[in-house]
Structure formats: C-alpha cells, structure tokens
Design a protein around this ligand. Structure first.
Ligand code: ATP
Ligand code: PRP
Ligand code: MG
Length: 286
C-alpha cells in the first residue's frame, strides 16, 4: 500500500475551525460533513481524524495518527512522546491562575496551602513546585471558573484569552503559568514515505504562513524617492519599479510585513509615496 498520513484535528471546539481552514488553505480537499469522524482527502495522501483534543497527543504518540493539531497547553499536560514540529499561530491564549477579585494578592506565596481547581493538574503542579509553593490541586474537567464562587476552591488555573470569563465570574488573573498557541505534533517513527508527505505539507504551511505575515504593496512615488522607499520595503529581492505616464514618477511594487505594517506605512508616506494600495497575498513561496 502506498504511504498515507493520518492527521488528527479537534472535532468541535476552539481549534476546529482554524485547523480545518489551515488544511484547506494548504489545498487539501476533503468532505467533512456533519458527524463524520474520519475522512479521506481527495487530492492529497492523507486521512483526517476528528477527535477530542485531549486524546490527540496519545493517538500521535502511538502512531494511530501521524500528525495532530492541539494547543501547547494540551500537549504539555498530556506529556506524550511526540515531536512538536510547527507553531501554527492560532488559538493563542495563556494558562493562568485566577482568584476572587476581592482577595488581596502579594505574590505566589499567597497560594501556599490553598486549594486550586484546574483541568491542568500536571502543568500546575510543576509550576507550583518550581516556585516552592505547596497547594492542593483539585482536578475538574470544565467550567473551572465557577469553582471559587461555589466554595469548591480558593483559586483556579485555566485558559484565559480576553479575560471576560474571569471577569464575569468575579475573578482576577494573578499568575501566567504558560502561554500557548496551536501546534502541529508528529509521530516519532514515520516511514520515509510518510516523512516525504509531511515535507510536502510543511512546504505548503510555510507558504500559507508567509502569505499571512505579508502584504503586497503598490504605490506611486517621485523617481527620486525610490531608493528611500526601497530601503523600507526591500521585498524578497528588490521592489519592481515601473515608470508612470507622468515624467519623474513611477509605480513601485513590493511586499510589506504584517507585523510592522503601521510603523512602516507612515515612513513610506513620509518618503514621498502616494496612492498606496495594500493587498492580501494568497500564497508565498520563498
Ligand atoms: N478562549 C480561548 N482563546 C483562544 N484559545 C483558546 C481559548 N480557549 C481554549 N483555547 C485553546 O483551544 C484549545 C481547545 O479549546 P476547547 O475549549 O475547544 O477545548 P475542549 O473543550 O477541551 O475541547 P474537546 O471537547 O475537544 O476536549 C485549548 O486547549 C486551548 O489551547
Ligand atoms: O478569557 P476568555 O476570552 O473569556 O476565554 C477563556 C475561556 O475560554 C475557554 O472556554 P470555552 O469558551 O472554550 O468553553 P469550554 O469551557 O466549553 O471549553 C476557557 O476554558 C476559558 O473558560
Ligand atoms: Mg478537551
């Protein structure tokens, strides 16, 4: 049988939509109709498994799935023997300790001998230990933020993103235990054929990510401004410069990084650019 890789993604939850989108942006086509737990890609040697996220690292450790997309928090908590091969940049959040808003807090020693509710007992216990704090960890699987309000615990350790769940449950964030984002994890003993498929997939993810991190920029500028603008947006090699119908003016095309877009765009304007257009890039192969 020719090689195929099995990719495990979350069936439904915070990671599902972005995981599906990533695979589709990589040009992998498959039918993911409601209720389907396994599907075969029609144009790439892959099967997609739809699972609970907590189960994904175990499946990848055993080689039942060869790749999986999970949060770093889940990967670390489950502590399976897998390779983390790609930081995917979505589902960014932090795992934090929260306490009731009215409770005073001087520092982590205030958690000594307290009871902390969490779905992440392993990560929390490591964190407390490394800070020399001894506390009772009470494991619950969800709705963790409710615990202090119903007298179940003094504090919680759970995922925080906007902070609105903490806020609406009368809690405040006092310690960041870890920062997390979605990662791709891999089975350690893939065949050579599977590794070749993985390399193809990584090449595609690279080009999708590069495209997301950059924008195509077109502008008009006086010819004498070309050098100054080229220094700000050199592009992969150098910008394309074309003469305009008006003497002394040209059109300059390049690539600008998303991360310093606003800072750079100001400088580009100051250097003499006019009529600036910024366009999303679909794919970028460097
Ligand atoms: N509010 C958030 N903002 C950003 N990322 C988040 C947020 N909440 C969770 N995540 C990330 O998404 C992952 C999945 O979260 P989700 O709430 O869907 O998990 P779950 O309820 O355990 O799902 P499952 O039913 O698959 O076990 C988390 O492990 C974390 O990495
Ligand atoms: O800081 P915030 O933006 O409020 O996000 C944090 C919340 O998001 C997650 O829960 P989710 O909404 O996914 O529900 P769940 O408990 O069913 O996983 C997490 O468990 C927190 O409760
Ligand atoms: Mg889960």
């Amino acid at each position: 049988m020719s090689d195929i890789i099995r990719i495990a993604i979350q069936k439904s939850g915070r990671l599902s939509e972005d995981s599906l989108r990533l695979l589709k942006e990589c040009g992998i086509r498959f039918d993911n109709g409601a209720g389907k737990l396994k599907t075969t890609a029609t144009n790439f040697p892959a099967e997609i498994l739809f699972l609970r996220d907590d189960d994904i690292p175990g499946y990848v450790e055993d080689g039942v799935a060869h790749l999986g997309i999970v949060g770093q928090n889940v990967s670390e908590e489950t502590d399976r023997d897998v390779d983390t091969i790609y930081n995917l940049g979505f589902s960014k959040c932090r795992l934090s300790i929260g306490i009731p808003r009215a409770t005073g807090y001087q520092g982590i020693q205030d958690l000594q001998d307290k009871k902390i509710a969490t779905s992440y007992p392993r990560i929390l216990s490591k964190y407390l230990k490394s800070n020399g704090v001894n506390a009772e960890i009470h494991e619950i699987s969800g709705s963790v933020e409710i615990a202090p309000g119903i007298g179940l615990a003094d504090a919680i350790c759970d995922i925080v993103s906007s902070g609105s769940t903490l806020l609406s449950n009368g809690l405040k964030e006092v310690e960041v235990v870890m920062r997390s984002e979605a990662v791709m994890i891999a089975y350690k003993q893939m065949t050579e054929g599977q590794r070749a498929i993985l390399n193809q997939l990584i090449f595609r993810i690279d080009s999708v990510q590069a495209a997301k991190n950059n924008k195509y920029i077109l502008l008009n500028c006086p010819t004498e401004s070309v050098d100054a603008i080229t220094k700000l947006i050199p592009g992969a090699k150098s910008p394309s410069v074309m003469p305009l119908a008006i003497e002394g003016w040209c059109s300059l095309h390049s690539v600008i990084s998303e991360s310093d877009f606003w800072e750079n765009i100001e400088k580009i304007k100051q250097a003499g650019a006019q009529g600036i257009l910024v366009i999303p890039i679909e794919r970028m192969v460097l």
